[in-house]
Design a protein around this ligand. Structure first.
Ligand code: AMP
Length: 392
């Protein structure tokens, strides 16, 4: 349960409300068009609530990296379509014109400020910048779950200057993730994939205290297999993390967690769409081959676990799913989750992108909008953008 005040716990009528959204949507590299509007759609509930309750709505968000100077103009347009109402896009938060528009806002009107990462002050959590953003409003609503693990000016900084509460998306995300990890229907199965053990040590360690079964996939597999003395060819491996992998295996054993590594895998000599592939045991990979996806026996093994689960939490693809040739394992995991009766929770980032790519989003209990944020939540960390909000 989230113990923070939400937008429903405060009076917003006639108030200027600053809302931090997560409009960090993916854009087509060539056309600059939005390729998935999921994050905008997920923010509508809070925005509509504020409009309906007579707030003057001032939206802000980052998009892309600092220095890239990507505009939110496409987001403003898409938001206008989704809300079926005018969204006034304000390009320069320091201009007198912007101040005038905000001073004259009427109830139910919506403005969107330009990308907060147009300045380095955002990520630096610069208090002068935070104060400027806060000066536009009387109340702050944080609904940017995808940025909640960062203490930036528009997520944490502004809370020093305004009464601050969470929006419906943050509420939904925390409730789903908390239920999945801390109060799960058992057995609780975690599927952890991705590239590196090093980036998943904390999540693996934290989840070992909570799960009944831990399923490992992706390139991470090979560090574990090598640590057990297997032959992994030229698969991705972190040689400096063999001890860590061995330690995690031992902890799993001590705690009585079923720790399942793939038993077979799809191997190739190169990572390309027209590479020739073979299936082999995961610990018998020839020297000039690398493992790029889980094999059919592993798929069956993992599907069986998912079918019997009460809750499944998934973070990280189990193969190089960006290539059609190595996407099958990830697709089968997604399908098994979609078809299971378990409470299914997808951490954001690559796993969410995979579920979206396979068109299975609607079949999941919860698909998080925040990759880094959901990972940090699963690591058991506090998220500063949420910690800074008022307690209930
Ligand atoms: P992460 O950000 O750690 O979750 O890693 C995700 C990345 O891991 C994706 O880009 C996948 O393509 C990659 N990945 C998954 N399995 C493998 C593998 N067997 N070999 C190399 N990369 C992989």
């Amino acid at each position: 349960m989230i113990n923070k005040k939400s937008v429903e716990d405060i009076d917003v009528k006639s108030k200027r409300v600053l809302v931090r959204c997560d409009f960090n949507v993916p854009l087509d590299k060539e056309t600059g068009e939005i390729t998935s509007d999921k994050r905008i759609v997920e923010s509508l509930k809070t925005i509509n609530y504020l409009i309906e309750n007579g707030a003057k709505v001032i939206l802000c968000s980052h998009i892309g990296k600092t220095g890239k100077n990507i505009s939110l103009d496409k987001v403003a347009k898409r938001l206008e379509e989704l809300l079926s109402r005018k969204v006034i896009f304000l390009k320069d938060i320091y201009s007198s014109e912007t101040q005038k528009v905000i001073d004259n806002l009427k109830e139910g009107e919506v403005v969107l400020l330009e990308n907060t990462r147009m300045t380095e002050k955002e990520e630096a959590n610069d208090m002068e910048f935070a104060k400027k953003l806060a000066s536009f409003a009387e109340v702050f609503v944080n609904d940017a779950f995808g940025s909640a693990h960062r203490a930036h000016a528009s997520t944490e900084g502004v809370t020093h200057f305004l009464p601050s509460v969470c929006g419906f998306l943050i509420e939904k995300e925390i409730e789903a993730l908390d239920k999945g990890i801390n109060d799960p229907k058992r057995p609780l199965v975690a599927v952890i994939g991705g590239a590196k053990v090093s980036s998943k040590i904390s999540v693996l360690t934290n989840l070992l205290d909570k799960v009944d079964t831990m399923i490992i996939g992706g390139a991470m597999t090979y560090t574990f297999i090598k640590a057990q003395g297997g032959k992994i060819g030229k698969s991705l491996c972190e040689d400096d993390k063999l001890d860590v992998a061995a330690d995690i295996l031992k902890k799993a054993l001590d705690k009585g967690v079923r720790f399942l590594l793939p038993v077979d895998n799809v191997i190739a000599q190169e990572m390309s769409e027209d590479a020739k592939t073979r299936i082999c045991a995961v610990d018998e990979i020839p020297d000039d081959y690398m493992g790029l996806d889980i094999g059919p026996k592993s798929i069956e093994l993992f599907k069986g676990e998912i079918e019997m689960a009460g809750t499944v939490v998934w973070n990280g693809p189990v193969g190089v799913f960006e290539y059609e040739k190595f996407a099958n394992g990830t697709k089968e995991i997604a399908l098994a989750m979609a078809n299971s009766k378990a409470v299914t929770i997808i951490g954001g980032g690559d796993s969410a992108a995979a579920v979206e790519k396979f068109g299975l989003e609607d079949k999941m209990y919860h698909v998080s909008t925040g990759g880094g944020a959901s990972l940090e939540f699963m690591e058991g960390k506090k998220l500063p953008g949420i910690e800074a909000l008022q307690d209930k």
